[in-house]
Design a protein around this ligand. Structure first.
Ligand code: MLT
Length: 403
């Protein structure tokens, strides 16, 4: 008799963003004349930079000629891309990273999910509450039972204190998804010291680092001294370069970072991750990696900065509109996410339904990210500018005046 992995039965029946998509599709079916504006899932709307298109066209041509055709690529990513990452994302910002510490992949979602393969089932895991659901779900799927939820609320400025029990694995997301808030250098430093003291590891998701302007907020955990001994960093081209539909990201696994066997012997994780990737992953397509490489040219940098500025302007429009309408809001400055307090008396899901029905605007209920997200709601700045302006106008006019 075939048996299932019963850990899957511990998950919510549907993934948060699939639940929302189903609800929106049902509403749209019943109200075909309504123009629904989606500011729910953080999916980009700006087209790909033209440098990326040109690079991919060229790469596609190469794949059509016997002289330049490439089959399987390196599982870790092509050096032409890894060298650009090494120099421009790290070296030029004062961080030394070896090329074989960089692993190119098909997404930070996949990497933050897959990394759990390296760790024993009985590790204690600390995640913030609210949290990007992938961290929680992938640990549950792989049978980890000891999960500490660290409340991240307005009261602690969305920067949780150390938990009562010492975790082995600590997830930090900075700028934070979903709250859109940030941890400054001192706060990140605090966690690095804590991890060192306790032989824990920090899984640091910096998928939204391109939105950081505040000089006190590190764009990489490796800006912090000693972090290479205790942290793995996840980065993505999705939000930075419009790659949500292209799939390309990278993970830095420093050679110093280690975990321990039952007997207490140290094992370096770089070699383990390499081993895992070589077995389970065949690398990102050559064409996509050439597209990603193109953003590192001078023109590429200019084009992606324009897109980021566009989304940051949307965030400002949302922030200012909601403040005008009397909402209490957080985030949206060094981040594309705005986290708002729902009006008194409503739950996150009730506000979701009301907003969909009254303003035809879709957001994400805070409780979908964890119980401490109850009473909050997330809006994304990744819509088009026209839709963002329209959505804010509808929230201010129709929703607020009718309550
Ligand atoms: C989000 O909306 O939280 C993100 O789009 C999720 C993701 O990047 O997978």
């Amino acid at each position: 008799m075939i048996k299932i992995n019963e850990n899957f039965l511990k998950l919510e029946q549907s993934y948060l963003f699939s639940t929302i998509a189903k609800k929106v599709a049902a509403f749209q079916k019943e109200n075909p004349d309504k123009k629904v504006i989606k500011l729910g899932i953080g999916d980009v709307t700006r087209p790909l930079p033209s440098v990326v298109i040109e690079a991919m066209k060229k790469a596609a041509e190469e794949q059509g000629s016997a002289e330049t055709f490439r089959g399987y690529g390196p599982e870790q990513g092509y050096d032409f891309l890894r060298e650009k990452i090494q120099k421009q994302d790290y070296f030029d910002r004062g961080i030394a990273i070896d090329i074989d510490e960089i692993f190119v992949s098909d997404g930070a979602k996949c990497d933050t999910g897959n990394i759990v393969d390296l760790f024993a089932e009985d590790n204690m895991v600390a995640i913030t509450d609210p949290v990007y659901p992938v961290y929680r779900d992938t640990n549950l799927m792989s049978g980890r039972k000891k999960i500490i939820y660290m409340p991240s609320t307005a009261e602690n400025h969305f920067n949780p204190d150390f938990p009562n029990e010492v975790p082995d694995i600590i997830y930090l997301c900075n700028p934070n998804n979903p709250t859109g808030t940030t941890m400054d250098r001192e706060e990140v430093e605090k966690w690095v010291h804590y991890a060192k003291e306790n032989k824990s590891i920090i899984l640091y998701d910096s998928a939204y680092e391109a939105f950081v302007e505040d000089k006190n907020v590190p764009r990489s955990i490796f800006e912090i001294e000693g972090a290479k001994e205790v942290a793995i960093e996840f980065r993505s081209f999705s939000k930075t370069a419009g790659f949500t539909g292209m799939r390309c990201a990278y993970t830095i696994v420093p050679k110093q970072v280690k975990a321990y066997t039952e007997k207490g012997e140290a094992v370096f994780l770089n070699a383990l991750w390499n081993r895992r990737q070589c077995t389970k992953f065949n690398g990102v397509s050559y064409i996509i990696q050439r597209g990603a490489e193109a953003i590192y040219s001078e023109e590429g940098q200019k084009q992606i900065q324009e897109n980021i500025a566009y989304y940051k302007e949307n965030a400002k429009i949302i922030r200012e509109g909601l403040i005008k309408a009397g909402f209490t809001i957080y985030g949206g400055v060094d981040s594309p996410y705005i986290w708002l307090k729902v009006p008194e008396g409503l739950s996150s899901w009730e506000f979701f339904d009301e907003l969909l029905e009254k303003a035809n605007v879709v957001g994400t209920p805070g409780v979908g990210f964890g119980s401490c997200g109850e009473g909050y709601f997330r809006l994304t700045a990744f819509g088009t500018k026209e839709n963002t302006i329209e959505a804010v106008k509808r929230i201010v006019e129709k929703y607020c005046q009718t309550r």
